[in-house]
Design a protein around this ligand. Structure first.
Ligand SMILES: Cc1cc2nc3c(=O)[nH]c(=O)nc-3n(C[C@H](O)[C@H](O)[C@H](O)COP(=O)(O)O)c2cc1C
Ligand SMILES: [Mn+2]
Length: 447
């Protein structure tokens, strides 16, 4: 059974011993984050915080504290997760409008629609305040109405006010730009506590104008049911725990940040757009979802892995059909480092893969290995680097390449040098034979 909402996923994790309820009272300032951090660092469980000091609403966190849970969310084996995503990307299922749903159990408008009742967490030590980090922000292109759904962070600035980091080329940033050009507010709805497939679908690198909720439908095997908002024409997942409706005010900027980001470093404070809350609706006894980011690897990184690997795999295979797997390890913040497995067919093919990755993805370090290497196992990957690569011949360094904004070592933001390592065996030449022990697979597990 696909997980159509947050609760069914939590139930499955609990039944499998992969969810722990925290019964003692915890603080939304750092304490929830500390628990998620510990779980992330120890391949630990998802957490359900039954009592949060600030308010009567429960919080869930660490849902993607390990890749195992992201794979579980897709209901496939570890080896099939990326391919399931690839297939879904090719056959999206549009959303289905319904009249009502659980997210409308309680509807608050006007002054009642305040955020003080929700356990919005403060994460890293120097963060400027509490942030909503697991909200799917839904908005429409002010010109053609095309929908976008993706995760953006929102800083709590007051009971009815959130700051947002959303800049072009990210799609919400484009919507904000277009609305500001017309000097009109941009309606935005935040869905908190949604089906895990919806969260994962948002991390697909979908072209502008493509609705991420359609991919979520394909992952779930049926259309995501959506209901109309109270204060705008936007449609939001009916099964969400909490919907926060609002509008981004044209031309308004307020300081947001600093915030401990996915690179493991803080991003500085600077003025950003503001979302003014117009309504909040939620389930009875809602569960607020917290999501930790910061020093890799956290649930933020894990959530992005499979979608980004699937997007990259599809792109690479168009040019290099021999590519069998891609992995973006947590250590690179999921994207600064990429590992590609290739069934090499032609001389220098691996160099072509390296150049493509280095020139188009913002990857700072790319390693190409043969297809006998498990890209998820960095022990095997580094073994291949050590035994199948000669640095003077097999390392490519390109200076001054376009890259991510957030690399603290970059000489100027968005520009850095990149490195590719060809750790594949030479084609058509004699090479050492890998020593293997026969019969390992038939030995039963010891524990
Ligand atoms: C937990 C989490 C938080 C994120 N926060 C932001 C953010 O605040 N701003 C941003 O631009 N991207 C953020 N991202 C990345 C975007 O969600 C991602 O790049 C997405 O593909 C953008 O999609 P879009 O361009 O379709 O809106 C976040 C991702 C995750 C997983
Ligand atoms: Mn998009």
């Amino acid at each position: 059974m696909a997980f159509h909402d947050l609760r069914s996923f939590l139930d499955a994790l609990e039944a499998e011993g992969d969810l722990v309820r925290i019964h003692h009272e915890v603080d939304a300032v750092h304490e929830i984050a500390a628990h998620i951090r510990r779980s992330s660092d120890t391949d630990g469980p998802a957490l359900l915080f039954e009592k949060v000091r600030c308010c009567g609403v429960r919080a869930a966190g660490g849902l993607f504290a390990s890749r195992r849970k992201a794979v579980r969310a897709l209901e496939v084996g570890a080896a099939e997760a990326v391919e399931k995503f690839v297939r879904a990307m090719e056959a999206p299922i549009p959303t289905r409008r319904v009249d009502s749903g659980p997210c409308k159990d309680v509807v608050l408008t006007g002054n009642d629609a305040g955020l003080t009742g929700f356990p919005i967490c403060t994460y890293s030590e120097l963060d400027s305040g509490p942030f909503i980090t697991a909200a799917v922000a839904i908005s429409r292109d002010p010109e053609d109405g095309g929908r976008n759904a993706s995760i953006y962070r929102f800083e709590l600035k007051g009971p009815h006010r959130l700051g947002v980091l959303a800049e072009a080329p990210h799609h919400l940033g484009i919507h904000i730009q277009k609305a500001e050009q017309r000097n009109v507010p941009l309606p935005v709805a935040l869905a908190v506590g949604v089906a895990p497939a919806v969260l994962m679908a948002t991390q697909w690198e979908a072209p502008y104008g493509v609705d991420e909720l359609g991919l979520a439908g394909a992952l779930l095997g049926r259309a995501v049911e959506v209901v109309r908002c109270e204060t705008s024409d936007l449609e939001v997942p009916a099964a969400a725990e909490i919907i926060i409706e609002g509008r981004i005010l044209p031309g308004v900027r307020e300081t947001e940040g600093p915030f401990g980001e996915y690179t493991g470093y803080y991003t500085p404070a600077y003025p950003k757009p503001v979302l003014e809350i117009t309504a909040i609706s939620h389930r009875r006894d809602p569960i607020f979802q917290a999501m930790l980011t910061g020093m890799p690897t956290t649930e933020n990184h894990v959530l992005k892995m499979i979608p980004m690997e699937a997007s990259c795999l599809v792109n690479l295979r168009r040019r290099f059909p021999g590519v069998t797997a891609v992995h973006f390890p947590g250590a690179g913040g999921v994207g600064l480092m990429g590992v590609v497995a290739l069934k090499v067919r032609a001389k220098n093919e691996a160099r072509g893969v390296l150049a493509t990755m280095l020139g188009s993805q913002g990857n700072k370090l790319v390693i190409v290995v043969d297809d006998d290497i498990d890209v998820l196992d960095m022990q095997q990957v580094m073994w291949a680097v050590c035994t199948r690569c000669q640095p003077d011949r097999d390392v490519i360094i390109l200076p001054r390449m376009p890259g991510w904004q957030l690399d603290p070592s970059a000489p100027e933001p968005g520009t850095y040098a990149v490195m590719g390592i060809n750790a594949t065996r030479p084609v058509g030449e004699k090479f050492g034979t890998v020593a293997r022990v026969p019969g390992v697979e038939s030995v039963p597990p010891f524990r």
